[in-house]
Design a protein around this ligand. Structure first.
Ligand code: PMP
Length: 354
């Protein structure tokens, strides 16, 4: 750190993104990317605006907001597009937390919540998940804080029904409850239908997973127009042009190709069920996933050892070192052939170590 760094930096533990190694060709199952290319319509739309990149993009994102709002069934003033959903998470910390309004989130959840709390110097509490990694609903009902809930959760993959989230919304009428639905398209239940009823609900979604656009950086928030107006104040105080022209065009392109998105999600779900069944057959404990990844451990093998063994054989998965989950690996669902290679490689580890 330089001698000029301020206090915020001193206390900040930045997020560690999944590795993106360039040393060899890996089967990449470590960052929950889609195994499919973006929709051809998204690619063509992005290319078609490349010749006009000398112009700033539309800061109001009007066409994109309207198309996305129509796709999720809300009025356009209930949505805000952001540079990946990470950006709207940060906006929410800036807008809805301060020294008197702490943040609260699960002890095992998306690691960026803690980073954004630290970055914005917001006090925060971690609420321990139950022993089986389900969300302790009662504890979330009793917390006087802005709540951040990933549903389905990451890295566990476990989903809550919207009715359980609704109990949390009802118990916290004076606090914003942010429901991060980054993985909802793989079998979760969205809370967007509750937005009309609860003015404290903010749902976030991303085009990085089910819509194969992680590289374009496009996320959305859906909430009451007053919440969206607050978030717009943050947007216009940080980066009014947060969605670049090519991403905006690609977003419109993929929204015009819903059947492509749906078919890809179905394939991911099929491949997930195949992988989960094969892992279980090999003795792995696999948490019930409604996402594009599974979280699994083997009773007689160390999580890190599995991670290393796979890495040496060209397969990358994500291993977290925090104590409650150090035995597990998070495995992104890829193409069927990659799932089969993974299963065969794991079979070998188990044979070699018996
Ligand atoms: N929420 C969760 C739970 C995630 O796992 C991720 C992906 N790392 C994000 C949000 C952010 O995704 P993006 O910024 O690519 O939309």
């Amino acid at each position: 750190m330089s001698r000029f760094a301020g206090k915020t930096l001193e206390n900040l533990m930045p997020y560690t993104p999944g590795e993106q190694p360039r040393d060899m060709q890996y089967i990449k199952l470590n960052t929950n990317e889609s195994p499919f290319p973006p929709s051809g319509k998204a690619q063509a739309a992005a290319a078609s605006v490349a010749a006009r990149l000398q112009l700033y993009p539309d800061p109001t994102c009007r066409a994109l907001h309207e198309a996305y709002a129509a796709s999720v069934g809300v009025p356009a003033d209930c949505v805000l597009a952001t540079n990946g959903s990470d950006e709207i998470l940060n906006f929410a910390f800036m807008a809805f937390c301060d020294e008197n309004t702490p943040a609260a989130f699960a002890d095992i959840t998306y690691g960026f919540y803690e980073v954004f709390a630290q970055l914005n110097r917001v006090p925060y509490r971690k609420i321990p998940l139950n022993e089986d990694f389900t969300l302790p609903i009662e504890a979330f009902c009793k917390n006087d804080a802005t709540l951040f809930i990933a549903n389905p959760n990451a890295p566990t993959g476990i989903a809550l029904p919207a009715s359980e989230i609704e109990r949390i919304l009802q118990a916290n009428p004076d606090r914003v409850v942010l429901v991060d639905e980054a993985y909802v398209d793989f079998g979760g239940e969205s809370c967007i239908p509750l937005v009309a009823q609860y003015d404290n609900l903010l749902v976030t979604q991303t085009f990085s997973k089910s819509r194969s656009m992680a590289g374009a950086r496009l996320g959305f928030g859906v909430g009451n127009p007053a919440l969206i107006a607050d978030l717009n104040i943050i947007k216009y105080s940080t980066n009014p042009y947060n969605i670049n022209s090519m991403t905006m065009a690609a977003g419109l392109g993929v929204l015009a190709d819903e059947s492509y998105t749906r078919a890809n999600c179905e394939t991911v779900i099929e491949n997930r069920e195949y992988l989960a069944a094969e892992l279980a057959r090999m003795g792995f404990i696999v948490l019930p996933s409604r996402t594009n990844f599974v979280f699994a451990k083997h009773p007689r093998m160390d999580g890190e050892e599995i991670y290393r063994y796979l890495r040496e054989r060209g397969i990358l998965v994500r291993h977290f070192t925090s104590p409650r989950i150090a035995d597990y690996n998070r495995i992104t669902i890829g193409a069927r052939a990659d799932m089969e290679t993974l299963v065969n490689t794991l079979q070998k580890i188990l044979e070699e170590t018996t």
